[in-house]
Write a protein that binds this ligand. Sequence first.
Ligand code: ADP
Ligand code: ASP
Ligand code: MG
Length: 810
Amino acid sequence: MKVLKFGGTSLGTAESIHEIKSIILSNPGKQVIVLSAIGKTTNELQKIAELSREGDTQYILLYEQLYEKHMKLCNELKISSYQEDVEAVFRQLRRILDGVFLLKELTPKSLDFILSTGELISSKIIASFIHGEGKAIHQIDAREVIKTADTFGGAPVNFELTNRLLREVLVDSKNQISILAGFIASTESGETTTLGRGGSDYTAAIVAAALNAETLEIWTDVDGLMTADPRIVRHARVIDSISYEEAIELSHFGAKVLYPPSLKPCFEEGIPIRIKNTFNRSSAGTLVTSGNGGDQLVRGITSLLNVSLITLSGTGLLSIPKFTKDFFAVLAQYHLGVEFITQSNAEHTLTIALTSDQAEVAHRVLNEAFDSYIKDEFIDPIEIERGLSTLALVGNNMKNQVGVSGKMFNVLGRNGVSIKAISQGSSERNISAIIKREDLNKSLNILHEAFFQYETKRINLFIIGVGNVGRAFISQLQSQFDTLKEEHRVSLKLTGIANSKKMVFDEQGISLSLWKERLMEGEAFDRELFRQKAVALNLRNSIFLDITASKSISDEYMEFFKKSISVITPNKIAATESFSNYQLLKQTARRFGSQFLIETNVCAGLPVLSTLSDLIRSGDHVHHIEAVLSGTLNFLFNEYDGKRKFVDVIKQAKAEGYTEPDPRLDLSCEDVKRKLLILIRESGYSFEMDEIDHKSFMPSACDQTSSVEEFYQIVENEEAHFKKLYDEVAAKGKRLKVVATYQDGKASVALKEIASDHPFFHLEGKDNIVLFYTDRYKEQPLVIKGAGAGAEVTASGIFADVLRLSLPET
Ligand code: ADP
Ligand code: ASP
Ligand code: MG
């Protein structure tokens, strides 16, 4: 058995009712049909009821229009039977409206009765129409089966009784088609109640759950549950499948297509819900089921147009915890539904959002309830802020993912939308924000664009240098290429590539698996020509990657920047020339809208500079840096044990790809000094290389060597020097580490003896560690530690910089 619900949007005209008939008749099995009022009848009834309460005789005119509209529909549908019933309902409605007019009083009970007529009439019309097609119809009076408490204007359902009655009436029914009105119900003593606006969905779900239906179909005027309200976001898309939990969140935060309570009965019984379009039957619609529903991060964006914030504040909030309890008790007493809660203990505030109408009530009743505390100045008068909207991102998978809220606030911030309050549901399935109402349309559209609409963005990479690191980068790129394209819509193309001998360009992108062959067939390398060609291609989103350690290549950066091409490099030379040159590079990059990303200049792939940049940009100040910055040197002093020759350990480090191409740069501490200098500069200080205090631990014979071979020879000859260094500290139970320090404007690099209680003592292998002491990290420094050398980790740091420039709003 199936339950089909047709909403008012599907019942507006004779043609749409013909559609409904054909949907019902094409369905072979047993079915229960739940119907809403026709078109916007419920809204019209509400208006008429209010006019009569106000003593405005216009109610008669509107009543007559409503009557005429229904009669016209009956005529168009050629309904003859039941016409008398319909007339009778209208006559009764008129009597009640006249009563309201005379008394100028509209109780929730009479309003429920008035509103219920919409569904009473529509269900009779449709039943009669389908009956006219020769089908036996079982007409059920919803008020005899759906039973509620006597809370008028949205009554809680008595499920025990309702389920029993529904089963009694429907399980053994011989009829193929049963029809009942949605939205309406009655108390045990038979007084008419309603289930809340939009409640026909709920009726249908209650019936489906009670009868254990195979499925519930919600027929409406859109193709399904969409990624955003299609009336606001033109590009909203249908969600193919979604979990109950996500659908609950989406509808709760405003997706009108489903009335939130209606999901629960089906969820509990595991009955799948399909939302379909009456006017586009071939479209599959949205399936709501258990399970995750798909692997997208954000499933939908939803909004409530009119909300207000209510704030309870004052120091009394902390000393008397009962306030919070009483606060919610008052809200419950008046049936006020809270959409959103945030609390700040530090500021002694509790803020909630309610729909605007409810907020007005809440504001009044809370001020009354807390009157004496307000007078005694325990708490401040309850405040209300009007003219707001909520928006919420919903998705099961957001739970395990960092950065979604960051992206959300980033996108809103960049578009000048300020956020009044933020809340993340404890299920982590939604992140919601309160914004000004006038910002809602813009916000929904930009968020939808950021989370759903991005087209594939092509990034053009121009690489010089395909040694260990360059090769590792390309192979990482190759393994991530598809994921980046599918999940992030970023296509990273290798558009130009060169080594010291050859270079090749291809606007279509060089194959990531055949780049070596292509390069071999390329033209002779010329660095200026390489740049000119990259510039001449004039492609959007171009990035130059210098994966060499060469000064002549780094001299090209300025020209790339001037053509708005960003530069990413592990090459430290450019950033460690004079401070004025460093500044000029950064300024030029900024002026031309390009970027200079050098994460891998310090500690390979560890996120040292990006972390530092976040600190500085957020207003922190670095006072003191203490670091082991050379993976190579740390490796050498960890491995060297006085037995194996020092030179052999150096050769091993080189073979394993930890050292600079020229290991003398590591051993002379030149490399550490450069890294320290970059840390100091990126911390915001003007500093030069020669201001770093350093005394080499190498024998002086190593100072002037003309080749790496000669250098190795001398280190071998000087083995005794290294053994002595080692033996002395080993005897004291200490270890040797080259430590870089910056404090109070002074910087030094020195080989130090590290005792076993020092945090650097256990720094193993080729690891690096950086300790930042800042305004915010005063006593306990911010520590970054991990592998600080090696082709793979360096390549992944370059990759991270590439993604920083490529991914939208990360
Ligand atoms: P019915 O009368 O069929 O119950 P409703 O008007 O209650 O229809 O709900 C359908 C409407 O909900 C659609 O016409 C659409 O404009 C609106 N809507 C708002 N948000 C969404 C959303 N996320 N997905 C689909 N429809 C939505
Ligand atoms: N007719 C009622 C309303 O408009 C119930 C419904 O359509 O779901 O609120
Ligand atoms: Mg509806």
